[in-house]
Design a binder for this molecule. Structure first.
Ligand code: SF4
Ligand code: SF4
Length: 320
């Protein structure tokens, strides 16, 4: 029987520290041709993300279930690869990187900028990785049959012996989470740390996350936190479900606590992150999730208990 591993990421607790990105980079993408690759990245939203403007580049499936080949991002959209020069930048009044001209855009260029006027401005962090989709557009688009989905855990992989670097997968993935290694001339992507998973260890990003906001497990394992959050209580939802790929990375939407004060300095309980923005990311289902989370929090504040909050506040990172 086919099984599916999934990850739940609690956006309400993401610190934006990028430890997950660094853990992934150190383990998987430090080799030649992967310099610009972040299989895991953390975006400040609203913002263009990584690669730049990935949400408007197309991909996924049309209403008839045909795969859509979207736009191929340019190398510059992933950000240029430069080396830092702290001596020059910090002590000699120069730019901080060894590049002429200095880069004008890169991954996380607009970190923490967000949107809105002072006092009502907001932003949130959005960690992203390949969703190991149930219906992967990358797989559907590959004319070499080089992309496959494992029966035992649903992990989607690129067979490097078969890939010829046509990049149809890059075009078709609406999340732009397959990347091209120009040194090897092949496509590469997040492997969900399968060598670790096979040893019963969680993904490096989940293991190293200091906020402990990532949980990994099988969707059909009723004892796993992933099952409780995504299946049983349905408070973890995928990013852009409308793309039609059936993502298996689920998010707890940010709870959006009060950020504005009245003239007495008391917090006003308004949504910091507009619901319209959250709907643009997670679809209309986000309203019900926020309502559930609010009700659970109020129940606990009034002396009650909440299995959802207990799971979210636990230190569990995996159930494999
Ligand atoms: S997120 Fe993109 S690369 Fe990953 S499985 Fe889905 S379609 Fe393929
Ligand atoms: S390591 Fe965890 S808290 Fe830090 S940015 Fe990544 S997901 Fe967020």
């Amino acid at each position: 029987m086919a099984r599916q591993l999934a990850m739940v990421i609690n956006l309400d607790k993401c610190l934006g520290c990028h430890t997950c990105t660094v853990a992934c980079k150190n383990l998987w993408t430090s080799k030649k041709g992967r310099e610009y690759m972040y299989w895991n990245n953390v975006e400040s939203r609203p913002g263009p993300g990584y690669p730049r403007n990935w949400e408007v580049r197309g991909g996924g499936f049309d209403a008839n279930g045909n795969v859509i080949l979207g736009e191929l991002p340019a190398q510059a959209d992933y950000g240029e690869v430069t080396e830092y020069n702290y001596e020059k930048g910090l002590f000699n009044g120069g730019g901080i990187v060894n590049a002429e001209p200095e880069p004008s855009w890169g991954s996380n260029w607009e970190e923490d900028e967000g949107e809105g006027d002072f006092g009502e401005n907001y932003y949130m962090y959005l960690p992203r990785l390949c969703n190991h989709c149930t219906n992967p557009a990358c797989l559907a688009a590959c004319t070499r049959n080089a992309i496959y989905k494992r029966q035992e855990d649903g992990i989607v992989l690129v067979d490097q012996d078969r890939c010829r670097g046509y990049r149809h997968c890059v075009q078709a993935c609406p999340y732009k989470k397959v990347m091209f290694n120009s040194f090897k001339g092949q496509s590469e992507k997040c492997i969900f740390c399968y060598p670790r998973i096979e040893k019963g260890k969680p993904n490096a990003c989940a293991m190293q996350c200091p906020g402990r906001i990532r949980q990994v497990g099988f969707l059909d394992d009723t004892s796993s936190d992933v099952y409780k959050l995504a299946v049983q209580h349905q408070v973890a939802i995928p990013l852009h479900p409308e793309y039609g790929t059936g993502p298996n990375v689920y998010y707890i939407p940010p709870f959006s606590g009060p950020s504005t004060v009245d003239d007495q300095g008391r917090p006003i309980n308004i949504d910091r992150i507009p619901m319209t923005y959250l709907r643009s990311l997670f679809g209309d289902g986000v309203d019900a999730v926020i309502a559930t989370l609010r009700a659970e929090r109020e129940a606990v504040s009034s002396g009650g208990s909440s299995e959802i909050l207990e799971v979210l506040n636990s230190n569990n990172r995996y159930s494999l």
